[in-house]
Design a protein around this ligand. Structure first.
Ligand code: ACM
Ligand code: ZN
Length: 546
């Protein structure tokens, strides 16, 4: 296969993952694990009953069938582990002529190594400081072997932890920091930051395919600059290029691979092959239809996300409701929309309307929109649900701005009437605060009687996202004298949207003109959790007042 590709000027680099993500090898050879007798921990979202059944019947080690990071990694204390890996390397090398060999190195929790007598013995004998240095030693041992076979090692940016192997090339995936650090250490680097270069992330805001989350549309790929501005010109020379990643946990066929890579791959290829000053998104857009004709000719299953109707929710000038804006990239002569549900006035027969300017929406309802040309529908419809409450569309200010990677649509995001129902993919529907509280002041304009506040937020501790430690609501008639109305630490997880939950505060009906809501950040991530000691993220998507 490597040769087939080489004949077509394509270099295929194999990746044999170690010491983590090796559950398939451990299932086949349990002695690779620090604890061969310890049954595989099965995540709750594991889908296949077959392996669970096998475990009931005495099979100890299972292949993980979901995405995730798992504690059961290769034992670094046993020499037999290295003998095994060297044998695998010996078998893989003849298949791929590339001078590079990727050994993974990412997402290897040190939980087992900390408890394993053989790993601990190794640390002592080598005088290593900790398990990170043990991983560094592990990678260096493999590097020596690969170098002896004329190969150059590539590893994910975790291989920086505990010290880089002397000739290693680093793939920077957890953002750009690892790549910057490696280039400063005079190591070659391939940039592949999750945002925007993971093509297993959604490319449409109306994604109808399973993705891991995140939103990496083609525009974002095109504007990516592979050489970080933090690097000097000399350091920038260490950036070999960039790569897109498509992980296939939930990709069951080639057509879906095509869907994830086309046309984003065209954007990535162009930025990597074109000097910065010659890159031009507008010009790329003009040429995109030609590229799409090629996909059509090949019969490739490309994504049409670029042609989605784009929707934006905007504040009104007089804080009365919200504006729904629709835009299309297609040469449509009409955008049509249709109010399909009015929660206040059911049943409301559908009325097809033509769109000419942003629509003012003043009560709960669901709308759909699509582009048409001469009466024909040009793309899939998009829908938007608005849930109105006393705060919707009202004037809102934030004491701390949201972090720059999760800015949503600014403070207005919290009162735009859009309650996130799609989870983390819809990044514009929530604000993220790193280590800081979310403190919002809403001005109703006139006195209102209120008796409850709901804070919509998220929780995914594996990604450092923690629910609010507490939520508190204050009321005021003048915007200066505040009275606490209620406080809660009760986070109720959503049964329908993964990672979402609400904090509800009810109190005696009170007349106020202003409310202040303080959602407290968890602060430092507690020990025993991913990212322990680092700042927790706080994600808030909507504040409802009734
Ligand atoms: C990775 O995505 N874990 C490299
Ligand atoms: Zn061990």
């Amino acid at each position: 296969m490597g040769q087939y590709a080489k004949d077509r000027y394509i270099e295929v680099i194999p990746e044999i993952e170690m010491p983590g993500h090796g559950s398939a090898a451990i299932a086949a050879y349990p002695w690779l694990s620090c604890f061969p007798e310890k049954p595989t921990e099965i995540p709750i979202n594991m889908i296949s009953n077959k392996s669970v059944e096998e475990q009931k019947n005495g099979k100890i080690k299972l292949v993980q069938e979901t995405w995730g990071v798992f504690d059961d990694i290769f034992c670094a204390g046993k020499d037999s582990t290295f003998l095994f890996l060297q044998n695998v390397i010996d078998e893989v090398i003849p298949l791929f002529p590339s001078k590079y060999f990727h050994i993974g190195g990412d997402e290897a929790p040190k939980t087992h190594w900390k408890k394993c007598p053989q790993c601990q013995k190794r640390i002592k004998e080598l005088g290593l400081k900790d398990e990170h240095e043990l991983q560094s030693w592990f990678v260096q041992r493999i590097e020596k072997y690969l170098n002896s076979k004329g190969k150059t090692l590539i590893g994910w940016d975790e291989i920086l932890e505990g010290g880089l192997a002397p000739n290693a090339v680093v793939m920077s995936w957890r953002g750009e920091a690892g790549g910057i650090e490696a280039a400063k250490q005079k190591h070659n680097v391939i940039m592949t930051p999750g945002s925007p270069l993971y093509f297993d992330h959604s490319q449409s805001e109306n994604e109808d395919s399973v993705t891991i989350g995140g939103y990496n549309p083609i525009e974002k790929v095109y504007t990516y600059e592979p050489i970080p501005k933090e690097l000097s010109e000399a350091e920038g020379k260490y950036i070999l290029g960039a790569q897109a990643n498509v992980w296939a946990e939930y990709i069951g066929n080639e057509k879906k691979v095509e869907y994830t890579i086309f046309p984003r791959m065209a954007a990535l290829s162009e930025i990597l092959w074109t000097p910065k000053e010659k890159r031009d998104w507008k010009d790329f857009e003009k040429r995109l239809p030609e590229q799409i004709k090629r996909y059509e000719n090949w019969g490739a299953n490309y994504s049409k996300a670029y042609f989605d109707l784009k929707t934006t929710v905007l504040p009104t000038d007089d804080f009365n409701g919200v504006l729904w804006k629709l835009e299309t990239k297609i040469k449509a002569n009409k955008i049509k929309y249709n109010k399909i549900l009015d929660i206040n006035d059911p049943p409301n027969p559908p009325a097809f309307l033509f769109y000419d300017k942003p629509i003012q929406i003043t009560r709960s309802g669901k709308y759909i929109g699509w582009s048409t040309e001469n009466g024909e529908n040009l793309n899939n419809s998009i829908s938007q649900k608005f849930s109105f409450n006393k705060a919707t569309g009202k004037k809102i200010t934030l004491t701390n701005e949201a972090a720059k990677n999760y800015p949503g649509d600014g403070a207005f995001t919290l009162v735009n009437g859009v309650i996130n129902e799609k989870g983390f993919t819809r990044t514009k529907e929530f604000l993220g605060f790193s280590g800081a509280n979310c403190e919002a002041i809403i001005d109703f304009g006139t006195e209102q009687k209120i008796s409850s506040v709901v804070v919509n937020s998220f929780k995914r501790t594996s990604s450092w996202i923690w629910q609010p430690l507490t939520a508190e609501v204050f009321g005021s008639l003048d915007g200066t004298t505040w009275k606490s109305l209620s406080m809660t630490d009760d986070f109720v997880e959503s049964k329908t949207v993964t990672g979402k939950g609400i904090m509800k505060m009810s109190f005696d009906s009170t007349a106020v003109r202003f409310v202040k809501i303080v959602a407290a950040n968890w602060g430092e991530i507690p020990t025993g959790n991913p990212g322990a000691g680092k700042k927790a993220w706080l994600f808030i998507d909507e504040i409802e007042v009734n």
